[in-house]
Ligand binder design. Structure first.
Ligand code: GZL
Length: 365
């Protein structure tokens, strides 16, 4: 898969939408002036002001146009966009992601229909069918699972409703089943988590992995990135325990309680999202451990987890930024105007460690 990763600043003449707005994801959503919103069009500089990072496609990155995809040009401002969220909004990642979509739709004066699948895949399929029935002209989907999308893809294609996927990848064909995929580089997140764990443990000892939920690319890629990096850089660090916490705090706590029973000498825990990492902290506290007894590295960048670094309970957090609103609507806007859009738009994330956690806490979500 052609991956496009942002490294370069804003490009002068946007040809492909991902070049149209180079910005860095930050805690602030853009403070747009009324006239921008009323104009309904976002200039690249406005998106840049929004603090949203855009992947700049490398030359030759695969692209898509409305002619290639099949569909009618339309003015996004007069359209209805349907947004399908996957997990219940107990997880700050989901809260921030949904809010980013809502904020951007409001800024652009676009009618938005939303649905939340409450972490049930069958409900997400019916949610999307429902959004189509309600007249969505375009769909933004944050998929729960990577597989099982055919019924929705067929229904959307039959109505010529373009789909942009954010966050997790679906196993389907770009520029045929969906227009663009916008997300983080999850393998890279796993690698960077390994680097933090190696540094914290000196590259020696036994560590555990709290795996994310099964059935999606985030879990497989964050696991692969971590394990490959450990094998490459610290063969003395051994992964002796792997169990899913389903990306949930409660399950993360339960699994960690089992872990410290079975592996009392565990030196580090790699939690594949902050919610499970915070569950691990609760388990360690419950077992009478002190902050720093076990090195915990997590992924997301939620406020509670970054505060956990300040408090000494968490060693490091790799950011997985959920604020896809500006980028998703940039993509839809350009696509519906007939411009080329990148098929894979991969954003670059930050990271938190004791050296910057307090200073950068405002960027967390
Ligand atoms: C990542 C996203 C993950 C988050 C978790 O893009 O799919 O799902 O990292 C969430 O917090 O459960």
């Amino acid at each position: 898969m052609q991956r496009t990763t942002h490294r370069s600043p804003l490009l002068a003449r946007p040809v492909i939408v991902a070049m149209a707005a180079a910005v860095a994801l930050t805690a602030t959503s853009c403070a747009k002036s009324e006239d921008d919103a009323s104009a309904g069009k976002k200039s690249p500089s406005a998106a840049a002001d929004a603090g949203q990072k855009v992947a700049s496609p490398k030359p030759g990155g695969k692209t898509c146009t409305i002619d290639a995809y099949g569909g009618e040009k339309l003015d996004l401002e007069g359209a209805t966009v349907g947004f399908s969220q996957s997990e219940k909004e107990a997880n700050p990642f989901r809260i921030a992601e949904t809010q980013s979509i809502k904020d951007e739709a409001a800024k652009r004066g676009v009618k938005l229909l939303t649905a939340n699948a409450q972490s049930q895949f069958s409900k997400q399929i019916s949610d999307v069918q429902d959004l189509l029935a309600k007249g969505a002209d375009l769909l933004v989907i944050a998929p729960l699972n990577s597989d099982g999308w055919d019924p929705v893809l067929q229904a959307a294609a039959a109505k010529k409703v373009p789909i942009v996927t954010i966050d997790r990848k679906i196993n389907a064909t770009a520029c045929k089943d969906y227009v663009s995929f916008i997300a983080s580089d999850f393998v890279e997140q796993g690698r960077r988590a390994a680097d933090q764990m190696i540094e914290a443990t000196g590259g020696k000892g036994e560590v555990a992995i709290l795996l994310g939920a099964a059935g999606n690319n985030v879990t497989t890629e964050r696991t692969k990135g971590f394990k490959d990096r450990v094998a490459e850089k610290a063969p003395g660090l051994k992964v002796v325990f792997e169990q899913t916490g389903d990306f949930a705090r409660e399950k993360g706590q339960q699994v960690t309680e089992q872990l410290i029973q079975s592996k009392p000498g565990i030196k580090g825990i790699y939690a594949e999202n902050d919610e499970m990492g915070l569950g691990a902290v609760a388990a360690l506290k419950g077992a009478g451990k002190k902050a720093g007894d076990v090195e915990i590295v997590t992924v997301d960048g939620t406020r509670n987890a970054v505060q956990g670094i300040v408090d000494g309970w968490i060693t490091g957090v790799i950011e997985s930024n959920p604020r896809f609103g500006p980028l998703a609507f940039e993509t839809l806007d350009a696509f519906t105007q007939g411009k080329e859009v990148a098929q894979d738009i991969i954003i670059e994330d930050g990271a938190y460690a004791p050296s910057n956690a307090e200073k950068d806490l405002g960027r967390a979500y």
